[in-house]
Design a protein around this ligand. Sequence first.
Ligand SMILES: NC(=O)c1ccc[n+]([C@@H]2O[C@H](COP(=O)([O-])OP(=O)(O)OC[C@H]3O[C@@H](n4cnc5c(N)ncnc54)[C@H](OP(=O)(O)O)[C@@H]3O)[C@@H](O)[C@H]2O)c1
Length: 276
Amino acid sequence: MNTVPSRVLSDGATIPAVGFGTYPLSGSDAESVVRDAIAAGHRLIDTAAGYGNEAEVGRAVATSGVPREEVFLMTKLRGRDQGYERTLAAFEESAARLGVDYVDIYLIHWPLPRLDAYADSWRAMIKLREEGRIRSIGVSNFTPVHLDRLSEETGVVPSVNQIELHPNFTQPGQRDADAARSIATMSWGPLGRGSGILADPVVTGLARAHGVTPAQAVLRWHVQLGAIPIAKSATPERQRANLDIFGFELTADEVAALSGLERGRLGGDPDTYEEF
Ligand SMILES: NC(=O)c1ccc[n+]([C@@H]2O[C@H](COP(=O)([O-])OP(=O)(O)OC[C@H]3O[C@@H](n4cnc5c(N)ncnc54)[C@H](OP(=O)(O)O)[C@@H]3O)[C@@H](O)[C@H]2O)c1
């Protein structure tokens, strides 16, 4: 089994340097795929209330044969649950669906600035962390403006910002902003969500040169940028391969070549996207 290095977050928590995504897995498929992923060596598992698969993910962890404390479970607060009291209740609902008494990382899924409730949600998450129900608190799809509002109002900076990141959307400004605040950037859609990045001649050429797959080359690019990729795969062979990215290194020119594939975002704009 591959050995995956660890990352230490600004709050002192240690998490794997590569994670596993679970959207849009659902039903019994979600349970068996996540169990396969854990068997393949994945220990950082990303879900969300909005994915509708927390119960299946929780059952996969419970039946994986790996002790709970060795699996880092990450879930997210959905838009309709933002606000102080709703966040407290929504966390309990997520923990119950997952079948756990604590969650390793809890994220605000989207800032929803029009709702103007993310700072109140953040206060609730700080309380849940103080009570030991959450180990690390973070956000997803937050811009520097949203991040700074949280620290100005509460003095607590997120440990993680999970953002869209792949060679077609490289977010240098956001990554720098995260790093300047000691926030670990986590990459969603790290392989470009099936949009064709893995077939790009720059990617395939570079993969061939290193004797790895296009997906491994792209995931290695994330790690060398300092980000934590969380690719989803329903295939055990790919789940294993997506962890096996620590036996080679891209040159600075190769990293720059992948970053040169910029085309724009695939998902929503955090300033306007509404997820409920
Ligand atoms: N915070 C947010 O707002 C947000 C938004 C979107 C996603 N996410 C999270 O981020 C995770 C990852 O993003 P994503 O699932 O959208 O996109 P992704 O991981 O970039 O792409 C997933 C696609 O890549 C394929 N794939 C995986 N490994 C491969 C490999 N080694 N070789 C070739 N193809 C491979 C998968 O197919 P197979 O399954 O057939 O292998 C699947 O079609 C999600 O699952 C979710 O947990 C978060």
